[in-house]
Design a protein around this ligand. Structure first.
Ligand code: SF4
Length: 166
């Protein structure tokens, strides 16, 4: 299955705790003012890559602590990310996913693929970047409205449950 990406970083230390394999999805519809990655917005930009190649490449990455889906907007290509996430779950690899949607918007969308992808990630960092709430002191986020959400606990409690990670 093809995934359109803006790029891949194999050992990032800024996209979640530890060393992380980061997949930057190409394409985003949120148009956040002050976005740091405007090159990722076009749905036609970036390049196509086979999800099977990414899965194998992650397997070969021996020194990573987890995988992060970033963007762009990963939930615009939910099916391709589901394919990767299922394989990562089988290997007990933890997954962090960034999104410009809020947790509540994803749940209310009733979009099966988006809800399935949500169910496969451990941590969701949600919400659009809001320039007026920019805060450089926040771990792994750009603005104060964005939350670090424990997805499993949120699903049990049926509401977003935030988590602190350093
Ligand atoms: S969701 Fe992320 S990539 Fe998309 S416009 Fe907002 S900050 Fe930029």
């Amino acid at each position: 299955m093809e995934l359109r990406v803006a790029g891949i970083v194999k050992e990032s230390v800024v996209d979640g705790p530890g060393f992380r394999y980061v997949i930057f999805a190409q394409g985003c519809s949120h148009c956040c003012k002050g976005c740091h990655n405007p090159d990722t917005h076009s749905l036609d930009g970036g390049y196509g890559i086979d999800t099977a190649y990414i899965i194998e490449d992650i397997k070969q990455s021996k020194y990573i602590d987890g995988v992060t889906f970033s963007g762009g907007e990963p939930f615009l290509q939910a099916d391709a990310f589901i394919h990767i996430a299922k394989k990562l779950r089988e290997a007990n690899t933890n997954i962090i996913c960034y999104t410009g949607f809020t947790y509540e918007e994803l749940i209310k969308s009733k979009d099966r693929s988006r809800i399935d992808l949500l169910g496969l990630v451990d941590i969701l960092i949600d919400g659009p970047y809001k320039e007026e709430q920019k805060d450089l002191a926040l771990a792994y986020r750009g603005s104060g409205n964005q939350r670090i959400i424990d997805v499993k606990r949120s699903q049990k409690k049926q509401k977003a449950v935030c988590k602190i990670i350093y």
